[in-house]
Design a protein around this ligand. Structure first.
Ligand code: ADP
Length: 218
């Protein structure tokens, strides 16, 4: 089962992706997480990538596709993955198809911009594990500490309000053609497309996904 998650930054993809990998053992490929780990390093390329990310800009399509393809091949994930954060442009969607990275299920998370701002402003993450918290909607047991390791949680640089606005503009600009691309079902190997109302609590969305998956896995 090859799944991709679409949705604006802050719409809740990462939270549900963690749930789905834990429940079904589908390997998670989170581009945000991969990139945030890369930028911990100090090489010239890593520092360049860091600048792009912190300013809320997208990285070049060719670089993103290289990372995804290498990651899938290296880990032998061709037939089973949950991809969060790619494609973000129509160029990436086309490149994936051309490279034979096929998709079975597309989940699009839909949430208004106002709620997205609220969610990103309160987001806290544990970088080593990718665990995601929210000060109001999913608070850690102890203030700003990871529940499992007790390590410090961090605020993502790109969750600053004006950067989120910029990322949202970029998202809206790109998503229309990506959705159009994936809705041509015959062209997309009959992939199934589900729109998820992301304006519900985390558990309710978990349940809807379990429903979708139990039908598909039967
Ligand atoms: P994305 O991966 O789409 O950028 P995240 O999964 O990181 O989004 O979620 C963004 C923020 O909103 C996080 O702080 C997360 O804890 C919180 N969140 C995620 N899903 C929900 C939800 N259904 N209700 C309330 N808050 C949520």
């Amino acid at each position: 089962m090859r799944i991709i998650l679409l949705g604006a930054p802050g719409s809740g993809k990462g939270t549900q992706a963690k749930f789905l990998t834990d429940r079904y053992g589908i390997p998670l490929i989170s581009m945000g997480e991969i990139l945030r780990n890369i930028v911990q390093k100090k090489s010239d390329l890593c520092l360049k990538i860091k600048k792009f990310i912190n300013f809320g800009r997208l990285l070049p399509d060719s670089l993103i596709i290289d990372i995804v393809e290498n990651y899938i091949n290296y880990n032998n994930y061709r037939n089973k993955f949950l991809l969060d954060g790619v494609p973000r442009t129509i160029g990436q969607a086309i490149a994936m198809k051309n490279k034979g990275i096929l998709i079975d299920i597309i989940l699009e998370f839909v949430l208004s911009d106002a709620l997205i701002i609220e969610r990103t402003v309160g987001r806290r993450i544990h970088v080593p594990s990718g665990r995601i918290y929210h000060t109001k909607f999913k608070p850690p047991k102890y203030n700003d500490l990871d529940d499992i390791t007790g390590e410090q949680l961090v605020i993502r640089k790109d969750d600053e309000k004006n950067i989120v606005h910029k990322r949202l503009r970029e998202y809206h600009k790109n998503i229309v053609s990506i959705i159009e691309f994936y809705s041509k079902r015959s062209y997309m190997n009959n992939a199934l497309y589900f729109k998820i109302d992301a304006n519900r609590n985390i558990n309710d969305i978990n349940l809807e996904l379990v429903n979708i998956f139990s039908q598909r896995l039967r």
